[in-house]
Design a protein around this ligand. Structure first.
Ligand SMILES: NC(=O)c1ccc[n+]([C@@H]2O[C@H](COP(=O)([O-])OP(=O)(O)OC[C@H]3O[C@@H](n4cnc5c(N)ncnc54)[C@H](O)[C@@H]3O)[C@@H](O)[C@H]2O)c1
Length: 212
């Protein structure tokens, strides 16, 4: 059975948070946890948690609470962290370099394979063990290397061009940091990280609190 079928985006968006908290419980050698204890830890209500888990078959809660390791593995499978993903970054400026230097991604199976830019001052510079290449080499690179996720860290006015380049080379996942809505075919998934939108949400929430 396809467990992901008909699952709402709201539930899917909560899964990474469950996954992160379960990883912490595992690091702290916690074997079992009830939905009430998870609720105290995560902040979602216990009934919300049970409802979320029921979408995926309930994860076989028996007796007292959930088996943390099993729950962690199951949620990992649903999210797809039981596989590894090859990634490339296009745009090696502030954001691109920050992502390239963030070591946690590799620990959970996101393997950075290439970094591309147009700036001659950056081409040839190494970030960790990867040399930044000219973006003109990207077609050749992608014809030789299998890449799952393309990460867009270029200015907004070139982001669509880079997305088109990814799509034409068969990349099916795009992590987009540029503040534009990309136009891609249906079988290509895009996750936008629009920092300004996030900041505007924060400001809205702060002002709402003040108004109470
Ligand atoms: N830095 C932030 O805090 C921040 C916040 C929100 C959004 N963003 C967005 O993220 C993106 C990157 O931001 P940044 O601060 O890292 O910018 P940046 O100017 O530091 O880096 C952009 C890099 O893209 C390269 N580039 C330009 N055109 C290219 C092309 N066609 N192919 C390959 N490389 C190309 C540039 O040479 C540069 O190195 C932008 O769209 C920006 O709006 C950044």
């Amino acid at each position: 059975m396809d467990k992901k079928r008909d699952i709402s985006m709201a539930v899917i968006k909560r899964l990474p948070k469950y996954y992160r908290h379960l990883a912490e419980l595992l690091r702290n050698d916690v074997d079992r946890i009830s939905s009430k204890e998870l609720s105290d830890k995560i902040g979602f209500t216990a009934s919300q948690i049970r409802q979320d888990f029921n979408c995926f078959g309930g994860f076989g809660q028996q007796g007292y609470g959930y088996n943390v390791k099993e729950l962690y593995n199951e949620i990992g499978k649903i999210l797809g962290t039981d596989k590894e993903y090859n990634t490339i970054i296009v745009g090696a400026g502030n954001i691109g370099q920050a992502i390239a230097n963030y070591s946690r991604f590799e620990k959970v199976g996101f393997n950075l394979k290439g970094i591309f830019d147009t700036n001659p001052k950056l081409i040839g510079v190494r970030i960790k063990d990867i040399e930044i290449e000219d973006v003109d080499n990207i077609d050749a690179f992608l014809s030789k290397n299998s890449v799952d996720i393309g990460i867009i860290c270029v200015p907004a006015n070139t982001a669509q061009k880079i997305a088109d380049l990814f799509v034409s080379n068969g990349i099916k996942g795009i992590w987009n940091f540029a503040p534009v809505d990309l136009d891609v075919p249906e079988d290509v998934s895009v996750e936008n990280v629009h920092l300004l939108e996030s900041m505007l949400t924060l400001v809205y929430l702060m002002n709402e609190q003040k108004a109470k």
